[in-house]
Design a binder for this molecule. Structure first.
Ligand code: NOJ
Length: 750
């Protein structure tokens, strides 16, 4: 529906603006509403589940009656067209359906998991990835994805940390906006794009004890300063939909939470799209001990601001009755339906409800998709250690052993959220290394298999069955792995977590590498050969022993379908790693939550009186937020604040020079941190307020500039009960991670 314009070169280009004006969309929505019965309107508020584990009424019958506005968890282009035909030809108002699926980090071409993409500190990586994902998904007939996931996560026990951008609101907001732009394109309804959904609003990542779905208690200041910014950034980027979270936030379930969904989202941020509940969340308001019964749940969700009921069937069962008995007004239903219809109008579904069934094959075959996925994986990896410059390895190596249960696992390489299974085309680390060294002998041994102790809720749909080994089989696999390693000149260990060990319903109480992998690592290191550890994982792990004893460690996360190639590119020096950690690595799970933006205490870490907070070991992180190495070295110098004082409401520029002081081209992520020294509230000892990833040739220097103004210097004050920017002094640091030491002062004056 975009305007096609002719450029002066004569080429056809899509206009960056939608064809339909706001007024035209509104006019069409009102016309549609005028033709709909109450039942059909409630149908628009109903999303039906297509997955085997969801209550599944006869979809055709319901759609024929106008009883569904959207279907989730179907993935069959033919079926999309068949169901759409019923909707647009047989349902009373002929309103097309929105087909929705979790396209989280790729549809057919799989990109690194979102936590990995955040490690690139390069929002354009996430934007381009989601644009490819959108193009493939749209070609398959999907209109809507349940992403990006924008939950700040500071406790890595929570398995869903893998789906987000990590612990920091500034990095999180940048990744949020980039993903929305990637999915949706220049405007809602842009060709080859899909509607995005900012989820899970809000606070889900702060579950008590890191236990998925458990209640969350967050004071308003922390919500507004830390947990809301990525969501507000998504609204500013024009996100079409929001998803309300499952859990209780301060004793009010997020899916019945008027403060979140009405006061903040629509009232303060001016969100004009629609809110879908998380799956079954409307019905579960009863389970959570909030609503009395289904009718009460429907009433409380709708009146809090949930437009669409995902899969719980509570709206279709109860809303009509609530209107009939006067609990709800017809105007309430109309108000909930309007933004859903508006998105269908903007998406052009009334003009073009069907999808060309041959299109997906053409789009998926595009070689540039694989290229983007490989580039994203390369840019997402973080070099944690490289003692004695063991890396990069020489391509002249003749005998390499690749050891570990994840080394040839397509599942662990692609990572979580493969709703309809893993793609056979995914390249594992073993395959990537073999492709890189065609003349070498690359031997592989998995060692003992690893599996979850308690099986996974989504095991049947999203992951492969894991072998169960007897102790004897595990021991034999262990010995074979050590023997294979013994024969090699260099050993690449590929260890970490399987894809089903992080994600939804995948929290854990330990950050140890599961299944005795550290024992295998110790036995291999004891051989006295050069060992490189490649981690495939969806959360920080306790790698204290490896940090002490393994010379080179590459954090590859769950790098996607081109992941094995990207690992080999880095190990053998075709690519210089430049990613940085988007999360603090604690030494062990019992230290969680551990994050860099903590408040100072009466006994700060810098004081001579400081002792570790625990008497049984250090409390400092194993690797700090923002950390990552390169095959070259950098120096960051010449920090300047354009003026020593800045007025409240004005901006000042902070600059620093970054120089590549090594011998190869490389990337540095320059990071700006601030600390307000006194004020209405105590403020975190450091907060990230700007970053830039730069590529520098050996000897080259570039100057980075960061603006500091009210958006960076203000905060929501608990004491004042509002947003403030205060005339106080600030510490400013610029550097290569959250421990940066290059410092300046800034005074904010009235
Ligand atoms: C539940 C998850 O919490 C949510 O992230 C997802 O989008 C829905 N299920 C639909 O799959």
């Amino acid at each position: 529906m975009a305007k096609v314009v002719r450029t002066n070169t004569g080429a056809k280009e899509q206009a960056a603006q939608p064809v339909l004006s706001e007024a035209e969309v509104a006019r069409r929505v009102e016309a549609l509403l005028g033709r709909m019965s109450l039942e059909e309107k409630i149908g628009q508020l109903t999303q039906l589940g297509g997955a085997s584990f969801m209550p599944k009424p006869n979809l055709e019958d319901v759609i024929r009656k106008g009883g569904a506005g959207s279907i989730l968890w179907l993935n069959d282009t033919k079926q999309f067209n068949a169901l759409q035909k019923i909707a647009v030809e047989e349902s009373p108002s002929k309103t097309p359906l929105l087909f929705a699926l979790d396209v989280i980090h790729g549809y057919r071409t799989i990109f690194p998991v979102p936590l990995a993409m955040a490690s690139s500190w390069d929002p354009s990586v996430a934007e381009r990835a989601q644009a490819v994902a959108a193009k493939e998904a749209r070609a398959a007939g999907l209109h809507w994805t349940f992403g990006p996931m924008l939950d700040i996560a500071r406790d890595a026990r929570w398995g869903r940390i893998v789906e987000g951008a990590g612990e920091d609101p500034c990095l999180g907001a940048a990744m949020a906006a980039a993903q929305v732009r990637g999915f949706q394109g220049p405007f809602l309804g842009a060709p080859d794009h899909i509607v995005a959904c900012a989820k899970h609003f809000a606070g889900y990542g702060a579950a008590d004890g890191g236990r998925d779905y458990d209640p969350v208690y967050l004071p308003e200041g922390r919500l507004r300063n830390v947990y809301f910014p990525p969501f507000e950034a998504a609204v500013k980027a024009g996100v079409g939909t929001f998803m309300s979270a499952y859990m209780d936030l301060n004793d009010v379930p997020a899916s019945g939470n008027r403060f979140l969904l009405s006061d903040v989202l629509r009232g303060e941020w001016g969100f004009k799209g629609f809110v879908v509940s998380d799956a079954f969340a409307v019905g579960n308001l009863v389970t959570q001990g909030f609503a009395r019964d289904g009718g009460d749940a429907a009433f409380r969700a709708l009146s809090a601001g949930v437009n669409m009921d995902m899969a719980s069937n509570t709206y279709p069962q109860h809303l009509a009755g609530l209107v009939e008995d006067g609990t709800l007004k017809l105007a309430d239903i109309d108000a909930a339906v309007r933004p859903i219809l508006a998105i269908k109008v903007r998406m052009g579904l009334f003009e073009q409800p069907y999808i060309d069934e041959s299109k997906l094959a053409q789009v998926v075959a595009l070689p540039e998709n694989q290229k983007e996925a490989r580039l994203a994986a390369q840019r997402s990896m973080v070099l944690l250690k490289n003692e004695g410059r063991l890396l990069p390895l020489a391509k002249s190596l003749r005998k390499v052993a690749v050891i570990g249960p994840l080394a040839d696992s397509k599942e662990a390489t692609e990572g979580s959220w493969m709703v309809f299974g893993h793609t056979p085309a995914a390249v594992t680390v073993v395959e990537g290394i073999r492709a890189k060294l065609p003349g070498a002998k690359v031997e592989y041994a998995p060692g003992p298999a690893i599996r979850r102790d308690i099986t996974w809720l989504f095991g049947d749909v999203m992951s492969e069955a894991k072998p169960v080994q007897t102790p004897e089989q595990a021991e034999a696999a262990f010995q074979t792995a050590v023997a294979t390693a013994r024969n090699a000149d260099v050993i690449v260990m590929v260890l970490g977590e399987n894809a089903d060990m992080a994600g939804e319903a995948a929290s854990r109480a330990s950050f140890d590498m599961p299944g005795g992998q550290e024992e295998l690592l110790k036995a291999v290191v004891a051989l006295g050969k050069p060992v490189v550890l490649v981690l495939l994982n969806g959360r920080p792990l306790s790698i204290g022993w490896a940090t002490e004893n393994v010379p080179a460690i590459l954090e590859a996360w769950e790098p996607g379908s081109e992941g094995g190639h990207a690992v080999a590119d880095i190990l053998f020096g075709d690519v210089n790693p430049g990613g940085k950690l988007p999360v603090t690595f604690p030494r062990k799970a019992s230290h969680a939550p551990l994050y860099y933006a903590r408040n100072l205490t009466h006994s700060p870490e810098s004081s001579p009186m400081y002792r570790s907070r625990y008497w049984d070991g250090p409390t400092t992180p194993l690797y700090p937020f923002g950390f990552g190495l390169s095959y070259t070295t950098f120096s960051i110098t010449n920090l300047k604040v354009a003026a020593p004082q800045v007025k409240v409401g004005s901006s000042v520029a902070v600059t620093a020079d970054v120089t590549n002081t090594g011998l190869v081209v490389g990337d540095e992520v320059v990071q700006l941190y601030i600390h307000q020294k006194a004020g209405s509230d105590s403020r975190p000892m450091r907060e990230l307020k700007g970053f830039e990833r730069l590529t520098l040739k050996p000897g080259e220097t570039k100057t980075v500039t960061f603006p500091l103004g009210p958006a960076e210097l203000g905060y929501w004050s608990t004491n004042a009960g509002k947003w403030v920017q205060e005339a106080e002094t600030f510490d400013i640091w610029v550097g290569a991670d959250s421990l940066a030491t290059l410092h300046a002062d800034l005074e904010v004056i009235l």
